[in-house]
Design a protein around this ligand. Structure first.
Ligand code: CA
Ligand code: CA
Ligand code: CA
Ligand code: CA
Length: 395
């Protein structure tokens, strides 16, 4: 009896060790020690979060991606639209409180764009890759209530990819010499675990008052991809191939499908998986492309335009009662001031292991002051809270 007990105990302890070795993260203290060690070995910068969101409702791997909505009327009342990939979309305020949730299914990645002309309205669209039925979910953000509302879609919105995974929106503004020649186009772009990228133009079906997805192109990558972000001002689309690196292609299908590998895991500080991608906007195409390097709990910073030079990486460690960040999926960043809490912008990251004290709790999102990140770099990264990116304009 005693022997059996000893055996069971040995098995249980071994299982525990195996589980914690797989992740490397078993407590808040361990997360910090791991991150400090990685930072030391790689010369990464270290910052801490100011705020964290309430944990998502679902246990295990559930929080994934997020997109920041900038509220022009009152920036302190902006919103974070996030995914609980087991349940649906969740809206948080910048104190991290949940405002609203919309159980639309297993939405993995999310993006938001302003100024879509629907009928005679200009609406803010929220789109997500939905793994419940392998489709794209489109919703509208109500700027008054910060709640998500249903939109009417004409026809099916399904990719050629057999397992939709990553997602982003792309809005292109064509400014001609004469006012009547100005136009904009909005695209939805998804990518699947099979490496197939699908792109649609979103067309205003004014007779039905709905949005019609018009298929635009399919492109193939060699292995599993997820992170996607389109730069509305330079026309670049960045694609994260999880085990390979970051690709750049023209976001506009008419400009071709040429792929350029701008960051190669084999030759960089990125460690698989490459996950969330986002863009810090400054004027004159200044700013940065940021990437979540999930394998070493860090975030890599590249120049936004030109040759996308690697400028360094940072990690998020515990600060006050808020734990550090590890194994991040989605990220987003905003250069504009969000109230008095983030006067110089904010960077937000999903956290794969959330702790309250030493107690593991459901995953959440951490909010970091952009200024704190920018000042860790030598020279400082750009801090521009005055530039209004095209993606955040409302008229
Ligand atoms: Ca992934
Ligand atoms: Ca954590
Ligand atoms: Ca993910
Ligand atoms: Ca926490």
């Amino acid at each position: 009896m005693k022997k059996n007990f000893a055996l069971i105990l040995t098995v249980a302890v071994s299982l525990f060790i195996v589980t914690s070795c797989n992740t490397g993260i078993s407590s808040g203290g361990n997360e910090n020690a791991t991150n400090e060690k990685i930072a030391g070995e790689n010369g990464f910068q270290i910052v801490g979060a100011e705020t964290e969101t309430t944990p998502v409702e679902s246990a295990d791997d559930a929080a994934d991606d997020l997109a920041i909505w900038y509220n022009h009327e009152d920036p302190s009342e902006s919103a974070i639209i996030a995914t609980n990939k087991q349940k649906g979309l969740v809206v948080y305020d910048f104190d991290g409180e949940e405002l609203h949730n919309h159980p639309v299914g297993r939405v993995n990645n999310v993006d938001i764009k302003t100024k879509f002309g629907l009928g005679s309205d200009s609406i803010t669209i929220v789109g997500a890759s939905n793994r419940s039925d392998n489709s794209i979910t489109l919703m509208k953000l109500n700027p008054e209530t910060r709640e998500l509302e249903e939109l009417q879609i004409s026809g099916e919105f399904k990719p050629k990819s057999t397992e939709v995974y990553g997602f982003c929106l792309y809005r292109v503004e064509h400014k001609a010499r004469f006012m009547q020649d100005h136009y904009h186009k909005m695209y939805a772009i998804s990518i699947g675990k099979d490496g197939l990228l699908d792109q649609w133009e979103l067309v205003n079906d004014s007779i039905k008052g709905s949005i019609k997805p018009r298929y635009a192109r399919v492109l193939k990558f060699d292995s599993q991809c997820e992170g996607l972000v389109a730069d509305d001002e330079t026309g670049n689309l960045f694609v994260g191939e999880e085990g390979k690196g970051i690709w750049k292609i023209p976001a506009l299908p008419a400009e071709g499908d040429k792929k350029t590998l701008i960051a190669d895991i084999a030759k960089s500080k990125l460690e698989a998986d490459v996950e969330g991608l986002t863009i810090y906007y400054g004027d004159d195409n200044k700013g940065y492309l940021l990437a979540s390097s999930q394998g070493n709990n860090s975030f890599a910073v590249f120049t936004r335009s030109g040759d996308h030079k690697y400028l360094g990486s940072f990690m998020i460690t515990a600060k006050g009662s808020i734990d550090g960040v590890s194994e991040t999926d989605g990220i987003d960043v905003m250069n504009l001031a969000i109230g008095s809490d983030f006067p110089d912008g904010v960077f937000i990251a999903q956290d794969g292991y959330n702790f309250e004290g030493e107690q593991p709790v459901n995953q959440n999102f951490k909010l970091v002051s952009w200024k704190e990140i920018a000042r860790q770099f030598q020279p400082w990264l750009l801090i521009d809270n005055a530039y209004l990116p095209a993606k955040d304009q409302v008229e």
